[in-house]
Design a protein around this ligand. Sequence first.
Ligand code: CDP
Length: 315
Amino acid sequence: FDNKSRQYRYCSTMCVCHREIINTVLQRYSQTWKRQEQNYQKFRSQLSSKCHGFDKAIITQANIPVGSKLVYDGDRKRTLHVTPEIFRTFVKVHPFSNKTLDTCAVVGNGGILTNSSCGRTIDSAQFVIRCNLPPLQNGYEKHVGIKTDIVTANPSIFLEKYGALMGHRRPFVESLRSYGNSLLLIPAFSFGHNTPVSMRAVYTIEDFESPTQPIFFNPEYLRNLTIFWRSQGLREVRLSTGIIMTSLALEVCTNVHLYGFWPFSYHPRDLHVLTNHYYDDRKTKTKFHTMSAEFELLLQLHSKGVLRLHLGECQ
Ligand code: CDP
């Protein structure tokens, strides 16, 4: 064994291991999917009774009055006193409390969407949820669609891509154009350092009169959701955006379809190598998320007919 062949052996063992995992997943995935109303209702009522996403997921002027104390979900020792200035930025009415949505597409950012031709199918959903301001134009549209009703934005994006919104802010506003008049959902109260930059995002949207409507996650909802998924066996420090948005969709939509959820490096069809995202190969912070554990739970919900995962090509 010289060094070179040692490395090759190691690589081939990894491939076999991956192949086994993927084969097991595919065996479970490829059974004919059928919606199971009872399972859906049961899971949804468990989720609603613990998390109340239906009317508490988003901060509103009705559920968080001036003078309230918000407890950050990522740092429980930190609190924020809601001043009139912060209160003014809260949406008036909860976006879901008097709406029942029929079909929702939750679009994860997985490389499995590359060349999937799923754009039209995704756009045919009544309500489309996207994560972390993903690119939709320049050739992606055919595979991921363009319709957006909610898009999330992790404040780290404001810091890394838009200079913390301290300098020129127009590039940020221009990047929002592809999401039209969607809701921009920001976890502004998860960590203390996220709040000022999130407020700057809101002011930028106002100053440039962008049609995008910023809204904030209620930290209490995120905390309850973490406790809920822990009770389902998920022991991770922070939930991924994808599982948070899937949970919300399960409370507010009758039919939940997932696209772009595949945290593995190989395509399930022919095992070709995938990038982590459909638009780049930036790796997931495994310190926080254990995406394959989340995927296992989503696959269980797929098998039980509670939601439908899409791993293949569309059309
Ligand atoms: O911020 P976070 O790392 O959670 O998200 P992201 O990388 O922007 O991707 C959005 C979501 O898509 C993730 O939260 C995952 O749920 C899902 N995803 C996946 O299932 N497989 C991948 N290879 C990448 C993302």
